[in-house]
Design a protein around this ligand. Structure first.
Ligand SMILES: Cc1ncc(COP(=O)(O)O)c(C=O)c1O
Length: 404
C-alpha cells in the first residue's frame, strides 16, 4: 500500500542537498572555456541544415513547404506532445493519427492502413532518443507510397545507433536542440531529400537569451551548492544581471504573441520567423558533444540499473542500446503524480510526460498512448548530474521503494 503524502516522512532535505532541475544548466564559463570555433554535432553540422528557435517552427515550415491542398493530411503518431500536431494544423494541413504501442513503438500495420488518398507526409518520432524499431520498414513504406517522411528527432540529438545518426533516414528531420543542450532556444532541420526549408530569418531578442542565461546560471549554483547556492547567486549572478539591464535594446521586441492555449503543447505563429539565437548557437557549437552524450548514457545506465534492482517503478526502456543518447529516463508508474511529488519534495525536478492531450487527437481511439500519457514520469539524467546529484536521486528512489 502506497504511503500518502500526509504520512510520508517529511524531514526537510539538507540545505546543501543538490536541487536537480529537469534541464541542463549553462556554466558561466561556457563561452570563455573553449576555443573559438567549435562545431555542431552530426548530422546537423553540414550544409543542408537550417535553424529555428524551436522544432515546432521547423515542422510548421516543412509542412508549409509541402503546400498542402485543402483536404490533404499529415499522419502523426497517437503518442504526441501536441506542439507538433498544432504546427501541422496551423500549416493548413489536416491531421490523421496512427497507433503507437505501450513500448512507444509504431504499429506499422496501422500506419499502413491509415494512409489515405489525401496523405502527403508521415511524422515518425524517436521517443526519448530511442530509435523506432521499424524505421527501415517505415522508410520503405513512405518511399513506395510517395510520402514525405519527417523524422522527429526532437529527443534524439547525439543518438546514433549502429553508427548512423538518427535524422539521416527520413526525407527531412527536425531536432530540438534546447532540450539536450543548455541553451535558451534552438532547433535544426536536416534535409536529406529534395524538399527545402529556409529556417528562421529573425534573431530572437538578445535580452531574452541573456535573461535565460542568468536564470540558468542561478539554477546551476543551486544544483552544485544546494539551497545555499541561492545566496551565492546574489554575488555571482546579479552582477551579470545588472550589466544586462544596462544593455541598449539593440533588437526590437518581438511581435505580440498570439495566445493559443498551453504554450508547451501549442504552436505560436508569431515565433515561426525566429531563428536560433546567436548565444544559443555559440554555446551549442562550443559544447563538448562527446562528453555530454557519454555523461547522459552513464547517468541513464546507473539510474535504470538501480530502479530495476529496487522496483517500485519500471524503466520504459530497461536497457540502453549502443549509440543511443537518452533525453531522460522515462519510468512507468501506477501513480506518477505522487511519484513526481515525492521527487519534488527532495528538490528533484521530473516531468509528467505529455500529460496534455491535443484536442485534435482522439484519445479514446488510442488507449496505449493514453496509458503512456498518464503513467510516464521522466527523471533527469542530463549532463549536469555529477556523482553527488546522482546519489541524491538514487536516495530518493530508495526512499520511494521503502515507503510504498
Ligand atoms: C516529439 C516532439 N516533437 C516536437 C516537439 C516540439 O519541440 P520544440 O519545443 O522545440 O518546439 C516536442 C516538444 O516537446 C516533442 O517532444
Amino acid at each position: 500500500m502506497r504511503a500518502r503524502a500526509g504520512r510520508m516522512s517529511t524531514r526537510p532535505p539538507s540545505p546543501r542537498a543538490p536541487v536537480v532541475g529537469t534541464m541542463p544548466t549553462v556554466s558561466p564559463l561556457a563561452l570563455a572555456r573553449r576555443p573559438l570555433g567549435g562545431r555542431l554535432p552530426e548530422p546537423i553540422d553540414g550544409r543542408r541544415v537550417s535553424f529555428h528557435a524551436k522544432a515546432r517552427d521547423a515542422i510548421w515550415q516543412t509542412v508549409r513547404a509541402l503546400a498542402p491542398e485543402p483536404g490533404e493530411n499529415v499522419l502523426l503518431p497517437s503518442y504526441n506532445c501536441g506542439a507538433e500536431v498544432d504546427a501541422v494544423l496551423k500549416a493548413a494541413a489536416g491531421v490523421r493519427f496512427y497507433r503507437v504501442d505501450r513500448e512507444t513503438c509504431v504499429d506499422l500495420q496501422h500506419l499502413r492502413e491509415s494512409i489515405d488518398g489525401g496523405t502527403r507526409a508521415v511524422i515518425v518520432t524517436h521517443y526519448f532518443g530511442f530509435p523506432q524499431p521499424e524505421l527501415q520498414a517505415i522508410v520503405e513504406l513512405c518511399r513506395a507510397r510517395g510520402l514525405l517522411l519527417i523524422e522527429d528527432c526532437a529527443h534524439a540529438l547525439y543518438s546514433s545507433p549502429g553508427g548512423r545518426p538518427l535524422g539521416t533516414y527520413g526525407d527531412i528531420a527536425v531536432f530540438s536542440l534546447w532540450k539536450t543542450l543548455p541553451i535558451p532556444d534552438g532547433a535544426a532541420t536536416r534535409m536529406n531529400g529534395r524538399l527545402r526549408v529556409t529556417g528562421g530569418g529573425v534573431q530572437p531578442p538578445l535580452r531574452r537569451s541573456l535573461d535565460w542565461i542568468r536564470l540558468s546560471v542561478r539554477a546551476r549554483l543551486v544544483l552544485r551548492h544546494g539551497r545555499a547556492g541561492r545566496f551565492l547567486k546574489r554575488y555571482a549572478v546579479d552582477v551579470a544581471a545588472a550589466a544586462v539591464k544596462r544593455l541598449p535594446a539593440v533588437i526590437p521586441p518581438p511581435p505580440p504573441a498570439v495566445a493559443s492555449g498551453n504554450p508547451h503543447v501549442s504552436f505560436d505563429g508569431a515565433s515561426a520567423a525566429l531563428t536560433m539565437s546567436a548565444p544559443a548557437l555559440l554555446i551549442a557549437s562550443r559544447s563538448d558533444h562527446r562528453a555530454i552524450a557519454a555523461r547522459r548514457r552513464r547517468n541513464y545506465t546507473l539510474l535504470a540499473a538501480e530502479i530495476r534492482r529496487l522496483g517500485g517503478m519500471r524503466p520504459l526502456h530497461p536497457e540502453l542500446p549502443d549509440g543511443v543518447c537518452p533525453l531522460c529516463l522515462p519510468v512507468v508508474s501506477d501513480d506518477a503524480p505522487s511519484l513526481q511529488e515525492h521527487f519534488a519534495r527532495r528538490g528533484i525536478g521530473t516531468e509528467l510526460f505529455w500529460s496534455e492531450f491535443h484536442p485534435a487527437c482522439p484519445a479514446g481511439d488510442f488507449p496505449d498512448a493514453t496509458f503512456l500519457k498518464t503513467h510516464v514520469l521522466a527523471l533527469p539524467i542530463h549532463q549536469d548530474l555529477d556523482s553527488p546529484a546522482l546519489e541524491h536521486v538514487v536516495a530518493a528512489i530508495r526512499a520511494w521503494r521503502a515507503e510504498t
